[in-house]
Write a protein that binds this ligand. Structure first.
Ligand code: ZN
Length: 327
């Protein structure tokens, strides 16, 4: 039997120690794995978690968040998640529960799991709350209140705070890091909200028609009045009789703007605008919903920019034609 020399033994010991240290350090430096249902949460979680987290959104920003293909790869992603952040209020009810079940991950599997984060619990002003019994039979995809609360930028703040608190709970060593990042994010978002408020101020009271009932929070914040919807009920495609009624109503009220999220069919909204002399606007309504929209703040820069540009044009055009008629 060959005997190891002292030098060989020493070398083996050193190699073993180095390998052990690599694994120990690797464990200590492991990032928190966050999966989100929609990209708005991924963007915010990324800002709060910085280099301490890996973040991934299942749905893309150009997809209708009510209807997402439950791809098998999503199960694998959820299986490895420490934290799952989702919208709740049944927004993802058609696709997320089946993926959570398939993932068999006790971190996120039930409402009581530590990493299961329903972000709607951070929101205090849920709109369209049902007054009677919940009934999906009419096709309404908002049976538990309007789930599109991320379209009010003021709601980004409690959501960011909730995510920071959850990260501190799951990864207490870095709690102060998450707290600092939350403060930075909230300060910047509050500044931007003031800026957007000023840009929108001249258009308060503007009557709009939207495709789906997903701009209620945006309108609530911006001071727009939603006077109609291209869909007869949330989730139900437009019918000819509903469209005819809507056109009649818009003409009588002189509605100047029809807005649709860019993941909805554009044809009907654009036709309605043509027939009523309104402007049709297809806008991104989620992070990554359009090239260049990489953060929650980018999203509202784009939304506010596109809406105010359209209204400015429309108001300008209306004044101009009035002058022409007078002359
Ligand atoms: Zn909806």
């Amino acid at each position: 039997m060959k005997r190891h020399t002292i030098l060989q033994r020493l070398t083996i010991s050193v190699i073993f120690a180095v390998i052990s240290m690599f694994f120990i350090c690797g464990e200590a430096g492991a990032k928190v794995n966050i999966v989100t249902s929609i990209p708005d949460f991924a963007s915010i979680a990324g800002e709060i978690g910085g280099d301490k987290v890996d973040v991934l959104s299942l749905a893309k920003g150009y997809q209708d968040p009510h209807f997402v293909d439950a791809k098998p790869i999503y199960v694998t992603r959820l299986n490895r998640a420490d934290i799952l952040v989702y919208n709740g209020l049944d927004l993802e009810v058609g696709w997320l529960p089946v993926l959570i079940t398939g993932a068999r991950n006790s971190n996120i599997s039930t409402l009581n799991s530590e990493g299961n984060v329903d972000a709607s619990v951070f929101i205090t002003n849920i709109l369209d709350l049902p007054t009677g019994p919940i009934d999906r039979s009419m096709g309404d995809v908002h049976p538990r209140g309007n789930p599109h609360y991320m379209l009010d930028p003021r709601n980004g703040i409690p959501v960011a705070k909730g995510i920071a608190a959850k990260l501190s709970e799951v990864d207490p060593e870095n709690a102060s890091y998450y707290e600092v990042n939350y403060e930075k994010f909230a300060t910047l978002l509050n500044l931007k909200i003031k800026e957007w408020d000023e840009e929108l101020a001249p258009y308060k009271g503007t009557e709009i028609v939207s495709y789906h009932k997903n701009l209620e929070y945006l309108s609530d914040w911006a001071g727009f009045k939603e006077v109609g919807f291209v869909e007869p009920k949330p989730g139900i495609p437009p019918t000819p009789s509903h469209v005819a009624d809507l056109i009649k109503k818009m003409k009588s009220m002189d509605v100047k703007l029809v807005i649709a999220s860019n993941y909805y069919p554009q044809k009907t909204g654009s036709l309605i605008a043509d027939q009523t002399g309104a402007v049709f606007l297809s806008i991104p309504t989620q992070v990554e919903g359009q090239d260049g929209i990489n953060t929650y703040i980018d999203l509202f820069d784009a939304i506010v920019g596109e809406i105010t540009a359209a209204l400015k044009d429309k108001t300008g055009a209306a004044n101009h034609s009035l002058l022409d008629t007078d002359g």
